[in-house]
Design a protein around this ligand. Sequence first.
Ligand code: FES
Length: 204
Amino acid sequence: MQVQADRTIEAIDSALAKDKDMLDKAMLDDIMHARAQLEAVAQDTDETIIKDKIDNLEAISAKFVEIRMNSTITKLCRVIMLKNSRIGVKNKMPQLIILPHEELCPEGVVIEVEKGISVCNALLANDIEIEHACEMSNACTTCHIYVREGFDSIAESDETEDDLLDKAWGLDPDSRLSCQAIVDNADLVIEIPKYTINQVSENH
Ligand code: FES
C-alpha cells in the first residue's frame, strides 16, 4: 500500500508540474491539501489509513483528471482532423487515440493501425508497453483497457474474457482485454487503467 501511495503522489506531482495552470486556486489548494494528508500517512503501518487518503486524493483530483483528459482529447482530435484532411477520409486507416497514462504514454498519442489487429498488439507495436502476461492468450487480466469511444465496433467479448475481466482493477462498462479487442473500421479512444491486476496484488 505504501508503494501505491508513492505512485499516487508521483502521479499527481507529475500532472501538476505539467498542467497546474488548468486549475483555479481553490481546486489547486484542495488537491495540495489532500496530497499533504496522503504524504503524512504514506509510511504508516495501517493500510486502511493510507487507502483512505489515497481514495481522498483521487476523489479530489477527479475533476483535474477530467479537465486534462478533455484537453488531451481536443488536442489529439485536432491531429486526427489534420491528418484526415491530408490523406482524404476515404483512404484512412483506423486510428487509436491513446489517452495519457503516467507511465506508459504520458502525453497520449494517436496511432494508425491495420484493421484486424488487436489493440494490445497495436499498442506494443507503437512502444506502449502494456502488460500482457499470458502472451495474449486470453488467460490473464493484465492487458485490461477501457474503450472510451468506438466500443460497439469491436466484436463482443467471449465468456472467458468476461470471467477474466471480473478480476480486473477498476472494471467498468467500457472494459475489455486489449489482446481480445480487435480493431475494425472505426476509430477508438483507448484509456489504459492506472493499475494492472499484478500491481494491485503486489501491494496487498
Ligand atoms: S495478455 Fe493475457 S489476457 Fe490479454
